[in-house]
Design a protein around this ligand. Structure first.
Ligand SMILES: [Cu+2]
Length: 110
């Protein structure tokens, strides 16, 4: 649950908002699939925006959405490469990798 605060180590994955106003969603988001986690675990995008999941881990993962309404198609098992999904419905869509317990994230669509 806890997603903010410390523990931001390595990789230069810090989020910098070029525009004033923290939490301003952008049209696109990028999530890196690590060995057992999604980084960042939550992203915010505007409606009709796109999130791309990059699997750079060499580990087989999937993206399985909890919601069946409003969420885009799940991303099946894969070991490398990038997959993008467009979100046309507002709301917060949580997802997980069914292969790794506790590997979960969410997409907030505004
Ligand atoms: Cu996984």
């Amino acid at each position: 649950m806890l997603a903010c605060g410390g523990g931001d180590g390595g990789g230069g994955g810090g989020i910098t908002n070029p525009l004033p106003g923290p939490g301003t969603p952008s049209a696109t988001g990028t999530v890196t699939m690590g060995a057992t986690s999604f980084l960042p675990s939550s992203v915010s995008i505007t409606r009709s925006g796109t999130v791309t999941w990059n699997n750079t881990s060499g580990v087989t993962h999937n993206v399985t959405f909890a919601a069946t309404t409003g969420a885009p198609a799940n991303i099946g098992d894969h070991t490398s490469g990038s997959n993008a999904r467009t979100f046309n419905t507002s709301g917060t869509f949580s997802y997980n990798c069914t292969l790794h317990l506790g590997m979960a994230g969410s997409v907030a669509v505004q």
